[in-house]
Design a protein around this ligand. Structure first.
Ligand SMILES: [Zn+2]
Ligand SMILES: [Zn+2]
Length: 302
């Protein structure tokens, strides 16, 4: 018995040391190869999302839509038009959001230094070793200071900040809108074929599934409906959350800070620009921002 306890204690100590070493090793590896690891993770996320969008696009328009509408009718054509329009908007906003430089280094050289009398509003970044504008924060993954940093997005492979937040918002909007359309198509297909009932866990236990010749097909389309429901709720939740942040002129980085809340109209202008909600129609619509991200109106000054 004593020997067993000694053996157990040795084994526990050994596994604890191994776990610690593995964790330490992983942490050290991540610090050394941060750029490489994040590059791989970003690529994986982008490919995953692209495959998901591609699959849903083909499944909805080439398989579901012909079953619930007349292939020569107006609803079928409208479905294709809306599907293509939404996917182009998702991809367009995604690409432009990724390509837009929202870092402090993206500013004109003369704007990278505080104007006379504003130096006290700027703060020092010990990593970049320079003064950076108010609301700019350093991202350890991008390894640069970001203007009005909101958060780092793995799907965009960059930070969401002052100049690319409009693309992120439109991306989420069209992702939710496209998933909403797909949800309607999938809902009709499942409803007309009574496929919802098939995945009910109680029915799965009690029913003899071999009686229904279409069981596998119904089971698949009902599960795809559930996947679609998740793909609708997740971006919609993020979109609503982001809109609340914009409404309050806060950021995910400093959620409770409302010192820059200068009224909802101005707050939306700060992110969407001069053309406001028109940016949701096309990613290429030019909508100049009222500030370059170095100067911010504060609540008490308005
Ligand atoms: Zn920095
Ligand atoms: Zn970042």
């Amino acid at each position: 018995m004593l020997r067993f306890r000694v053996l157990l204690r040795t084994a526990c100590g050994w596994s604890q040391r191994m776990c610690f070493r593995t964790e330490e090793g992983f942490h050290r590896y991540f610090q050394l190869h941060r750029i490489k690891v994040m590059g791989l993770f970003h690529s994986f996320c982008a490919i995953f999302l692209l495959c998901l969008i591609g699959f849903m696009f083909v499944y909805e328009l080439c398989y579901v839509l012909p079953q619930i509408t007349d292939p020569h009718g107006i609803w079928h054509k409208l479905g294709w038009f809306m599907g293509i329009y939404t996917v182009l908007n998702v991809l367009g906003n995604w690409c432009l959001g990724f390509m837009t430089n929202t870092s402090v280094d993206g500013l004109l050289l003369e704007r990278q230094y505080p104007v006379a009398g504003e130096a006290h509003l700027w703060h020092y970044c010990s990593t970049c070793q320079k003064l950076v504008p108010p609301r700019s924060w350093h991202c350890r993954l991008c390894n640069i200071c970001i203007l009005k940093r909101d958060h780092h997005c793995t799907f965009f492979a960059s930070c969401i900040g002052h100049t690319n937040q409009r693309y992120f918002l439109a991306f989420l909007f069209h992702l939710s809108f496209g998933s909403g359309q797909a949800l309607v198509y999938n809902g009709i297909l499942n409803w007309t074929n009574k496929a919802f009932l098939v995945t009910d866990p109680l029915l799965l236990i009690s029913q003899d599934t071999t009686q229904d010749a279409d069981f596998n097909w119904k089971y698949t389309i009902a599960n795809l409906f559930k996947l679609n429901l998740f793909l609708f709720v997740a971006p919609l939740f993020m979109f609503v959350f982001q809109m609340v942040m914009v409404y309050r002129n806060s950021t995910c980085y400093k959620m409770l800070d409302r010192s820059y809340d200068v009224g909802w109209r101005r707050n939306f202008d700060m992110v969407l620009g001069k053309r406001r909600f028109w940016i949701f129609f096309l990613p290429t619509i030019a909508s100049p921002l009222p500030t370059d991200g170095t100067q911010w109106l504060q609540k008490q000054t308005v």
